[in-house]
Design a protein around this ligand. Sequence first.
Ligand code: HSE
Length: 309
Amino acid sequence: MESIKVFSPGSITNLSCGYDILGMCLESRGDEITVSKTGKKGVTIKSISGFDLTKDINENVSGIAAQSLLSKINLDHGFEIEINKGIKPGSGIGSSAASSAGTVFAINQLLNSPFSLLDLVKFSMEGEKFVSGAYHADNVAPIIFGGITLVRTIDDLDIIPLPTPEDLEVVIVRPNIEIKTADSRKVVKKKVKIEKMTQQSANLGSFVSSLYSKDYDLMSRSVIDQVVEPDRAVLIPEFEKIKMISKLSGSIAAGISGSGPSIFSLSNNRVTSNNILDKISDHYNSMDIDFDGFISKVNSGGIKIIESK
Ligand code: HSE
């Protein structure tokens, strides 16, 4: 195989009760990444379309993740990357993770898969560290493993795939502003009261249980964030109002997607999802707030190969 094109999806992380540890892979939005073998050693970024990003391999997450992979293997050739961004950077649905994970997944395929999925997560995390200032695997894990994942620890990387109830889907609304992950992390207070830690742990445990039991009432009571969301909510136009509209429109739960500004709203049927999206759209339109909204199923397969030759 000389060249491969992959679809690398977006993701929703935190899911309110699992800051930096929970993530969900999306079906509807993603980047298309083509990687080709070249005679020249190392990695180059040949082109980027969709959004304006640097092609400098030391400043672009695809280049950074690819170099992390290449540092672990001796090759007499290199790779050229073409990126078609389908996810806007700074939108809160894992734009950087889609690019870095898609790139290392594609390179691994071209090399006949010498690296494990956990290795690919580790390489991709170098890109996440670069853009956000901190290592976290909550976006890259569900993209690489598919579905919904829990990152138990990043020190001795341990990723736990969780079940996805087949009717679970999500409405995503992104007010048209950019929030850099690094900035959104700066507003999060570093100390948590023990009572909040206790409640958040209980919410996370009961959320995981709700995935196994497909108990949407329990999910609704669990997807609550007392720790991070209060600090970040001020960054997102009309956040509390959108949450309330979601709830009144039948949502299971709603919260900030990743580091924002996207807002996710969980549902278990398309009629409700459409209703949620319509009602939120009406509100943002009435406030003259520019936004983008879509509905996605949970993507259980993760990154997909589009073509190879
Ligand atoms: N868990 C991360 C955060 C996701 O909330 O900052 C952003 O990439």
